[in-house]
Design a protein around this ligand. Sequence first.
Ligand code: PLP
Length: 398
Amino acid sequence: MSLFSAVEMAPRDPILGLNEAFNADTRANKVNLGVGVYYNEQGRIPLLRAVAEAEKARIEAHAPRGYLPIEGIAAYDQAVQKLLFGADSELLAQGRVVTTQAVGGTGALKTGADFLKRLLPNAVVAISDPSWENHRALFESAGFPVQNYRYYDAATNGVNRAGLLEDLKALPARSIVVLHACCHNPTGVDLELDDWKAVLEVLREREHVPFLDIAYQGFGSGIDDDAFAVRLFAQSGLQFFVSSSFSKSFSLYGERVGALSVVTSSKEEAGRVLSQVKRVIRTNYSNPPTHGATVVASVLNSPELRAMWEAELGEMRTRIHSMRLAMVEQLAAQGAKRDFSFVARQRGMFSYSGLTAEQVDRLKNEFGIYAVSTGRICVAALNNSNLESVTRAITQVL
Ligand code: PLP
């Protein structure tokens, strides 16, 4: 009998499964709104000019590819810290933040989860309902039980504020609470300033451990505005975790460029925490890859390339927003039976459109338009060539 005869087929990843179905579809006017990727007006994943410049310089330098330190490139880690906490952050000046390069935002979450499992082996992890689908699996695979806290309110297309605070209060003391710092995936609905303050107070009261996940910095309102929650927590005196990613903001999906930052209470504590996070990394993948982080560090540390990147990030943000406005306008003009104005208020790449699983199915079968069965659509995959057919199809399935 084969060693593997009892191995069961794992369930298909819902979003990757959607991509496979999309690729197999032969209809010429098919549209994939299922992905979590930014496409430009031409329907392609852009290679940013700032990235291309930094890569050119790197190739010309013929840099050797030795092992990196376990915590990654120092210039990269420091640049990440400034982006998240602000260049004039007191915490950074005090040496209280530990930042390690990570294999994408996912790798940052996993490194943080593994370290937390050693620190708080009996804790519960709470994630938003709904959340990025990998959050639950990731923390469960690190050994934690995972619960939902109420977040999205379908009736208002907004946040269920009372439910959120009530659920955070009801968690066992010292739970780990995962929060989307901006551009909530999948809903596009973010907390407002006062909500963040109220959440922070509950976390403090219940001694919960905040784990801020920021995968879309710069896609909401701008680099500094989108880091609002991170900076508010930085001022709170609490210890917390931040996972961050450059997959989207640098359009470097396949290079796996992210970081884990841990805010501690002193420089001395930071040294001890770093030593333990390094142990987690060492036993998982030893040390991170060179290319993506070198490119990001060169861009962030060169005034010229940085200005170029900020402009390109701004173009991506503006294009998504203009697609939101155009989508709302066209749906209204085509006489859609529902008010979609909430789409214009959502932030980041995604919109919880309110379409049902059945309507999503019809979009696929009748029109070759692919979306996630929850109704999540990627607004960043819309462009002026496909917008009209997408909005017409939505109007028809309503
Ligand atoms: N966190 C959230 C909320 C995300 O949406 C994503 C990617 O879609 C990630 C983390 C992971 O990012 P990365 O692709 O860098 O691993």
